[in-house]
Design a protein around this ligand. Structure first.
Ligand SMILES: [Zn+2]
Length: 143
């Protein structure tokens, strides 16, 4: 059996809130696909779906400092310069994917902020936990 015969298409959908992002759930997902299906990260495609944007994601100074330590200074505003820093989860998730081997040019960022765009998205944070649902799916297509 040659190596290519056991490779098979693989896909995953992951939710990455701040806790999962802190633990690099996106990178762990890439590694899980490698392990389970022999996926090659450099050939992978990733999409980061709608989420709360940096524009609306105010976090504590401690959380901002932690994310800057994990993902670099672009991850959040400098808590030494503002009492209300904002976190850029999209940047952190993209960084985790790149760190796991997915080329940056193969990562799509779906535009939109789930907190700003009240007509298009439910936001747990904005709506203070009132009900709302999101749906995400992966569709296979022939190449
Ligand atoms: Zn926003």
């Amino acid at each position: 059996m040659d190596v290519k015969s056991w490779l098979r298409p693989a896909a995953a959908a992951l939710h990455s809130g701040w806790r999962g992002t802190r633990l690099s759930i996106a990178g762990r997902g890439v590694r899980a696909l490698q392990h389970a299906a022999g996926a090659e990260p450099q050939r992978g495609l990733a999409a980061i779906g709608p989420s709360i944007g940096r524009c609306c994601y105010e976090v504590s100074q401690e959380l901002a400092a932690m994310f800057r330590g994990l993902f670099g200074p672009e991850a959040a505003d400098d808590p030494a310069k503002t009492a209300k820093p904002h976190l850029d989860l999209r940047y952190c998730v993209e960084s985790a994917l790149v760190e796991a081997g997915v080329p940056r040019e193969r990562i799509e960022q779906v535009a939109g902020c789930t907190s700003c765009d009240i007509d298009a998205y439910f936001s747990h944070r904005r709506d203070k936990g009132r009900t709302g649902r999101h749906l995400a799916f992966i569709a296979a297509r022939e190449q």
